[in-house]
Design a protein around this ligand. Structure first.
Ligand code: GDP
Ligand code: MG
Length: 448
């Protein structure tokens, strides 16, 4: 993440509200981050427009932490475009399920065929691989090797191109594909994966062959495989395949490389098709279900931004603690109202939990936050809200009948009320000690 973006978020943090100028400054940096990630220019424009609109709307105004909210909007928009929830393979009610692979040469189709076969076998399926790339030199042999590694049989009635010339048309890939499906049905394979030929660039012949194979086999899924490193060409390639063959889903390959994955956003935005899998290496096990949320953080480098938010939160807590400490030191006592403010701070950390949950590498932080029970905060809040202002200022007033009234009003039990008052007293004692010792209080109250 650029230092400038980092700085922008820092600047935002210090303000209570987002001004239009603030938002535009942030948008500029987000635009830069997206372009760095190789998201197509047109997609970047649309995306930042949507984020700006949302940021300007009331959602952000009056925010406790504007930076957190902007990141949340950016993240939500990204995840939304990348597909929201993960979509899995659709299986035919009437086996075999036919999966056809399409994409440019070198995109990773043949490798994916092996990865899919292995993963499907592990799930108890009996996939058959069909060698319908008769064009790329040694493509049939390559599929054979991959199939053997995956422990799946391969249907390859034609030796394919065994020379070095890619452009010669050899045999009939459409017939191979059609026969492959028939073979699978006869031999009771429940899934057929058809490997097809790709070209270095988009061309008519490639598209026609692919659409002929599609028409001949009526696939349940046509997976468009695209190299994550393709960069700005992603849009043109995806559009060409959408028009030429059409596809039901996308597989992003070579995500183990340096690419930040902007192609994912471009393809998803332009075609509206879900991304199903990510290929992350040459080994057959380097294969995973695509996670829109993880991809969003990768594209924007959200890990850094969230670390920043975390720091901002800490700074905010320290600030609040200092205000509290000053208050105590000045002789004014720590009240239930103050206690409630602390509870609400805990709640804002609870929503942090959800965001952090989407990120890789935030395990420790997540664990710490997991220990807060949001429902408990709800309960405490309900109880304090059921007290009169006088009771909040002076909890000693709260006798038995008041306790019963508060419990009833807050939908809790008198035991809950008693526990809360006890915890509050402990917290108050601690605050007094802190005031005497001059130290900075932490977050009392959740000790139980
Ligand atoms: P196809 O022409 O679309 O069938 O592509 P291939 O499956 O033959 O892959 C082309 C090259 O990319 C091969 O050398 C593969 O080993 C490699 N490859 C495929 N998928 C990945 C991946 O996810 N990561 C990396 N690093 N290499 C890959
Ligand atoms: Mg191939």
């Amino acid at each position: 993440l650029s230092d400038r973006l980092t700085q922008t978020f820092k600047n935002l943090r210090t303000k209570g509200r987002l001004s239009e100028a603030d938002i535009d400054a942030t948008i500029r940096e987000i635009r830069r981050a997206l372009l760095d990630a190789d998201v197509a220019v047109s997609v970047v424009r649309e995306f930042t427009g949507a984020v700006r609109e949302r940021a300007l709307s009331s959602e952000v105004s009056g925010a406790l932490n504007p930076a957190q909210q902007v990141v949340k909007i950016v993240n939500e928009e990204l995840v939304g475009i990348l597909g929201g929830e993960t979509r899995t393979l659709r299986f035919s009610k009437n086996p075999p399920t036919v999966i056809m692979l399409a994409g440019l040469q070198g995109a990773g189709k043949t490798t994916l065929a092996g990865k899919l076969a292995l993963s499907l076998r592990e799930q108890g399926h009996t996939p058959l691989l069909v060698a319908a790339d008769l064009q790329r030199p040694n493509a049939v042999t390559q599929l054979g090797v991959v199939a053997e590694r995956a422990g799946a049989p391969v249907f390859a009635p034609h030796p394919g191109n065994q020379g070095a010339e890619t452009d010669t048309v050899i045999g009939d890939p459409v017939a191979v594909a059609r026969d492959g499906v028939a073979h699978a049905r006869a031999k009771q394979h429940d899934v057929v994966i058809i490997d097809t030929a790709g070209r270095l660039g988009i061309d008519e012949l490639l598209m026609r062959q692919a659409s002929d194979i599609r028409d001949a086999t009526n696939p349940d899924e046509v997976l468009f495989v695209i190299d994550a490193m393709i960069g700005q060409d992603a849009v043109a390639t995806a559009k060409a395949f959408e028009e030429g063959v059409d596809f039901t889903g996308v597989v992003l390959s070579k995500l183990d490389g340096d690419a930040r994955g902007g192609a994912a956003l471009s393809v998803a935005k332009v075609t509206g098709r879900p991304i199903l899998f990510a290929s992350t290496g040459e080994k057959l096990t380097d294969f995973e279900v695509f996670h829109p949320d993880r991809m969003a953080s990768r594209i924007l480098d959200m890990g850094d931004v969230l670390t920043l938010i975390e720091q901002a939160e800490k700074a905010f807590d320290a600030e609040q603690a200092q205000i509290m400490a000053d208050k105590v030191a000045s002789g004014k006592d720590f009240t239930l109202a103050d206690f409630l403010v602390q509870m609400q701070q805990l709640r804002s950390m609870g929503s942090m939990k959800k965001m952090l949950g989407m990120l890789p590498g935030m395990g420790q932080m997540r664990e710490a936050i997991d220990n807060f029970d949001e429902r408990e905060v709800d309960r405490v809040e309900a109880i304090v809200r059921s007290m009169t202002p006088a009771e909040r200022e002076n909890p000693k007033l709260i006798n038995g009948s008041r306790r019963a009234r508060i419990a009833k009003g807050s939908g809790t039990t008198t035991t809950d009320v008693n526990q809360l008052l006890e915890r509050f007293e402990n917290a108050q004692k601690m605050m007094r000690q802190m005031a005497r010792g001059g130290g900075m209080p932490g977050m009392p109250g959740m000790g139980g």
